[in-house]
Design a protein around this ligand. Structure first.
Ligand code: NAI
Length: 464
């Protein structure tokens, strides 16, 4: 039996970051991983989709703006297979990068499926490994279908992002079920590659967890590009054929039937908790199926067993998992890390325009009966955005009236995913909206829209 100070079950962004931080702090550490290092994020999630989204935005740029930018191109032809292969290379590089980091930090990688045994032990094949200090569960999540309405993933006509990432060609038509981050990103990708996309969302608007103004702006942009957006839509029935699928959908009080070559299921993810001995090891689950953790320590109901990432609960985001990994490693090594502010984790959807946010939506401020002012600034009034043909979208800042606290910030636009961090840092450090504007913003930059939105929330906007 091999023993380590710390064993991490799962080598995704939560698990491998935990292992690196633990090793940095002098703990002998092992990661158990049955597949490639990097998990869903690196191999079949965040990273390959970003590569495909880069292809998608490049297609849109060349097809719609080249002439105006002074570039002569012939008819634009797209090839999803080529873009897919590039996205695979990008994923491979990242996964190899994680392998290198494991070696650099002297983390032992144990290949295989781990099963927990009571007493901080993990069985992998015939071998049992013991964790002297702690064991960390980071087993992640996977896609799920909706078998209740006959939409079980069959990997041919009803697919998930797992299969979409490996298609050799873009289908002629596709129905995307679910307009969260996954659905919205894939709707954007396939639309750019010429697929006729219908995006179906059960809740009244797409990206339902975002501020309603952001959802509306994205829906408008999607519709302008030819994506059919059906929100508040219920899938009543599915007829799954060999070459196509027909869905009966009720939207806006009307029933309609939509047929497509493929249905892409993006209606949420299920966490990986089965057949790994959790129950036997004393690790309990919540009513919603996540591992039950004490949020202050990330310890499970089994002493010395911790849990991080998707399997530990919402939000299921790589950056939330990575932060939990680092924090839990520090705590296990006897340090006192800065507590995670779960209310200050940025949310980003990388479609075009991008949607990024931090903190409360305006709807949540209303529900909480907070006294607030909203500041807005459209990119159409920003010089840099005009110069770069990126005038879609806006910055919206919600300011608490009395003390100027940043209650929430929402950005729709070309580089929203990068810009949101100015507001995340400000909010983490409890800067006021006034203090955001006090820092001089370089001209001309898109970030000036943040300073202007801050000013607008105080009734002092300059450029609109
Ligand atoms: P999600 O839970 O974010 O969105 C699923 C959507 O499907 C919801 O809006 C839901 O209302 C809708 N839905 C559920 N059942 C439906 C039905 N029968 N018909 C129509 N719509 C239905 O899940 P998603 O997008 O699959 O993402 C999974 C997790 O991964 C999330 O936690 C997400 O935040 C994370 N993720 C984050 C990304 C990012 O940060 N850019 C990218 C991809 C995933």
């Amino acid at each position: 039996m091999a023993s380590f100070d710390l064993i991490v079950l799962g080598g995704g962004p939560a698990g491998y970051v935990c292992a690196i931080r633990a090793a940095q702090l002098g703990l002998s550490t092992a990661v158990v991983e049955k597949d490639k290092l990097g998990g869903v994020c690196v191999n079949i999630g965040c990273i390959p989709t970003k590569a495909l989204l880069h292809s998608a935005s490049s297609i849109n740029l060349i097809a719609h703006q080249a002439k105006d930018l002074g570039i002569e191109v012939g008819a634009v032809k797209t090839d999803y297979g080529v873009a897919m292969k590039r996205s695979r290379r990008v994923s491979e590089q990242n996964s190899k990068g994680v392998e290198f980091l494991m070696k650099k930090n002297k983390v032992t990688v144990i290949k295989g499926t781990g099963t927990l045994l009571p007493g901080k032990k993990v069985k992998v094949g015939a071998d049992v490994h013991e964790a002297k200090k702690a064991l960390v569960i980071a087993t992640g999540s996977r896609v799920k279908g909706i078998p209740q309405i006959g939409l079980e993933i069959n990997k041919t006509t009803v697919i998930s992002s797992d299969e979409a990432l490996f298609l050799e060609a873009a289908p002629k038509s596709m129905i995307v079920v679910g307009a969260g981050a996954v659905g919205s990103e894939f709707a954007d990708i396939f639309n750019a590659f010429g697929t006729k996309v219908t995006l179906v969302e059960a809740l009244p608007r797409i990206l339902p967890i975002e501020d309603a103004e952001c959802s509306d702006a994205l829906a408008k942009s999607f519709r302008k590009r030819g994506i059919e957006v059906l929100a508040g839509a219920k899938v009543l029935k599915a007829a799954v054929g060999k070459d196509s699928v027909t869905l009966e959908i009720e939207a806006g009080g009307e029933k309609k039937s939509v047929t497509a070559d493929k249905v892409l299921m993006a209606a949420g993810r299920a966490v990986n908790t089965e057949e790994m001995g959790f129950k036997e090891a004393g690790v309990q689950l919540t009513d919603r199926g996540f591992v039950k953790v004490n949020l202050a320590t990330l310890e499970t109901t089994a002493p010395g067993v911790y849990c991080i990432g998707d399997v530990a609960g919402q939000p299921m985001l790589a950056h939330k998992g990575s932060r939990e990994g680092a924090v839990v490693a520090e705590r296990i090594a006897g340090h006192k890390p800065h507590a995670i502010r779960y209310d200050n984790i940025p949310s980003v959807t990388y479609c075009h325009p991008e949607v990024a946010s931090i903190g409360l939506t305006e709807e949540q401020c209303k529900e909480k009966k907070l006294d607030y002012q909203v500041g807005r600034f459209p990119f159409s009034a920003n010089g840099r955005a005009r110069a770069s043909n990126e005038t879609e979208g806006f910055v919206k800042i919600i300011r608490e009236k009395k003390y100027g606290e940043i209650l929430g910030a929402h950005i729709v636009g070309g580089h929203a995913s990068e810009m949101i961090h100015e507001l995340a840092v400000a909010r983490e450090n409890e800067y006021t909206v006034e203090e955001v504007d006090l820092a001089v913003h370089a001209h001309p930059t898109l970030s000036e829209a943040i300073a202007e939105a801050a000013l607008d929330s105080m009734g002092r906007v300059i450029h609109t």
